[in-house]
Design a protein around this ligand. Sequence first.
Ligand SMILES: NC(=O)C1=CN([C@@H]2O[C@H](COP(=O)(O)OP(=O)(O)OC[C@H]3O[C@@H](n4cnc5c(N)ncnc54)[C@H](O)[C@@H]3O)[C@@H](O)[C@H]2O)C=CC1
Ligand SMILES: O=C(CO)COP(=O)(O)O
Ligand SMILES: [Zn+2]
Length: 348
Amino acid sequence: MFAKSTWIKLPRNVLVGHGVLDDVGTAVAELSLGGTPLLVTSPSPNELAGDRLRAQFDGAETVTVDSASFGAVAEIVEAAEDAGATFLVALGGGKPIDLAKMAADELGVGFVSVPTAASHDGIVSGRSSIPEGDTRHSVAADPPLAVIADTEIMANAPWDLTTAGCADIISNYTAVKDWRLARRLKNVEYSEYAGALSEMTAEMLVDNADSIKQGLEESSWIVSKALVSSGVAMSIAGSSRPASGAEHLFSHQLDRIAESPALHGHQVGVGSILTEFLHTGENGQWRAIRDALEAIGAPTTATELGIDDETVIEALTTAHTIRDRYTILGDGVNEDAAIEVASFTGVI
Ligand SMILES: NC(=O)C1=CN([C@@H]2O[C@H](COP(=O)(O)OP(=O)(O)OC[C@H]3O[C@@H](n4cnc5c(N)ncnc54)[C@H](O)[C@@H]3O)[C@@H](O)[C@H]2O)C=CC1
Ligand SMILES: O=C(CO)COP(=O)(O)O
Ligand SMILES: [Zn+2]
């Protein structure tokens, strides 16, 4: 008997466009959620768009979070219970969205994702990424019931956030290579459909690189669609594998050890140059990854990340320890090899 089964959870409403921030109330009404939400945000997005959102939800309270942690999730859960909130609305970058996603799961309520920056592909995914001590959890949670991505707000966000989102998508190339490797060597479950969607998303972004320019609202449109598509790939896979391989482990490690980490997307982009080299060698496709990052103006070196060479080498040699996820890093890259790959690719 064929006993395999799968459960793919996806958002019901996805709105992308100019000024759609003012349609959050309508999109929520359409979901028949009832009651009052708790607004979960971080300081800059709150200042930028909090009032426009509150104007659509009478009596909604706001909780402002600063960093991604389990403590912050508990804070949101408590605030939602105190306020009697029946659902959550997350406004901002990846951190408030991830935190609200987890808190909503814990509370057993729905949540709505309102990204203010095209900086990461967690805006749609059914995963939350939360650091804890020496490790980084990719926690399963329900994806948002609705995603409302206002391209006007995203286009006016600092440009770095958009190039970070592009780099998070470009990193799908190496993430899928790691996933396939893990399937071959460790019999990890692999989804052809999710892998292909993830790669196609990166391909389309790279093909449209000429239209991704500061000041062009169309850029936010192209990047948002790619972020949605990458998030859907994660939902289909039921794991962050299609969008997170060794380049993400490298970035998570930088988040832990760098004095001043760079944006998530920028770090995974540089990680992708390094891990592509590890996959395909000196004549492999690492130059194509670097050129794609360069074309959209994302960092390609340690200096451009604002991180010193020693920290990059430490992150590369220890990244395999951060999570039980088999990648091209295997049981670890030694220091000489790490210096070789980082020097050859011009990262250091
Ligand atoms: N769950 C998932 O599948 C995924 C989760 N992530 C997680 O998302 C986080 C990275 O996301 P980021 O957005 O880079 O982090 P973030 O939420 O810290 O945002 C970065 C900065 O941009 C600011 N910002 C956001 N919108 C702005 C605007 N319109 N104008 C001015 N400033 C604005 C924020 O206040 C913050 O200072 C990481 O924790 C990462 O692990 C990333 C990808 C996928
Ligand atoms: O950042 C992500 C995908 O782009 C999520 O990946 P992680 O599961 O490694 O946190
Ligand atoms: Zn990412």
